[in-house]
Write a protein that binds this ligand. Structure first.
Ligand SMILES: *Cc1c(COP(=O)(O)O)cnc(C)c1O
Length: 350
């Protein structure tokens, strides 16, 4: 009954085998190896476009360095009030982004809207003056509410951002879950919808360490290689991250893993909807489930051995807030979550 986070999960055996296979012998360092070249080609094939790939160690680094690459002196980034970059990265976007300012906005279902972005941008005239320069908008796909932006929603935000000559960044810590949910070509929710730079996270999908910055438009996101090296994220043994990436992309394995996690979450969400003891906070569209329940119920579940977290959120609308006596909780399924795990939880919930 562990629904703490998908980064509590282990690693897909297919990746373990790929790493063992890559372990023997020598290869050029710092990304000059064959596996890194092959992973780059695999990502170009997957996204059906020319692109650049930069492996980094963590999602935080991918985000902060992506934002740094889009910024300038006095640069400003825009995101949802609950965005990981604004709440869970210890100031890394400002530190690595040389003082990048983040402006947050609320929004239902964890999403920002083109109107909210336009309204926010209206405080920043074209002439930077004393306020700084809008440079980037960042979307989390999957969102911090476990929901998924549609291709149209992304494109509308992209249109507003590009109208101000800003870049569009996507925090794809759970990109695989979003693609599995939407069942779309990855191109459709990235560069075709105006995304210029993507933090592609496959660690939570089922890797040890497989995070990459994917640059679709170098005019909007420059000098990533230099930013990465300065931040200490250039892997000398890049081939072992590449081996994980290749195993993930081989034969759609990443979507198989994400699809399994999504299915477990859907089973959990259906059970919660049927229960009198909890109600969904947001629609379940990924491997994350958020629910409101009496604080007593949460205690009872924890005593029965369930691992889940109480969850705060700031950027919510009125009807998304827990009622008196209720707590919002977050539950995350991973690729290895079984039906038995879910059913045991639901039977404890009652
Ligand atoms: C987990 C997560 C990240 C990356 O976190 P790291 O711990 O730095 O790897 C980024 N964005 C979101 C939305 C996440 O959930």
């Amino acid at each position: 009954m562990n629904f703490a986070s998908d980064n509590w999960a282990g690693v897909s055996p297919k990746l373990a085998a790929a790493l063992t296979e890559a372990a023997a012998g020598l290869a050029p360092a710092y990304g000059g190896d064959d596996l890194t070249a092959r992973a780059t080609t695999a990502l170009r094939d997957l996204f059906e476009t020319d692109l650049e790939v930069f492996f980094v160690a963590t999602g935080t680094a991918a985000n902060a360095l992506s934002l740094a690459a889009t910024s300038c002196p006095g640069g400003i980034g825009f995101c949802h009030a609950d965005a990981h970059i604004a709440n869970d990265e210890g100031g890394a976007p400002a530190f690595l982004g040389r003082g990048l300012t983040l402006i947050t906005m609320p929004g239902a279902n964890g999403k920002i809207t083109p109107d909210a972005l336009s309204a926010s941008l209206s405080h920043y005239p074209q002439d930077p003056g004393q306020r700084g320069t809008p440079r980037v908008v960042s979307l989390s796909q999957v969102t911090e509410a476990g929901t998924v932006y549609t291709p149209e929603e992304i494109a509308e935000i992209g249109y507003v951002a590009h109208g101000r000559r800003m870049a569009v960044h996507m925090d794809g810590a759970r990109f695989a879950n979003a693609v599995a949910h939407l069942d779309v070509r990855p191109a459709k929710i990235t560069w075709e919808a105006g995304v210029d730079i993507l933090s592609l996270g496959l660690t939570k999908t089922g890797a040890w360490c497989c995070e990459a910055i994917v640059v679709f438009d170098e005019a909007k996101a420059a000098h990533v290689a230099a930013h990465r090296k300065q931040a200490g994220h250039l892997f000398s043994k890049s081939r072992f991250v590449a081996a994980q990436m290749l195993a993930m992309l081989d034969d759609g394995h990443w979507l198989e893993l994400a699809g399994a996690a999504n299915a477990a979450a859907a089973r959990l969400a259906a059970g919660i909807e049927a229960s009198q003891n909890a109600r969904l906070a947001w629609p379940c569209q990924s491997n994350e489930v958020f629910a409101h329940m009496q604080t007593e119920t949460l205690k009872r579940l924890q005593e029965a051995g369930a691992t889940l977290y109480p969850w705060t959120a700031r950027g919510t609308t009125v009807d998304e807030v827990p009622k008196e006596g209720e707590t919002r909780v977050r539950m995350i399924a991973n690729f290895a979550t079984t039906d038995a795990d879910v059913d045991a939880f639901l039977s404890a919930l009652g």
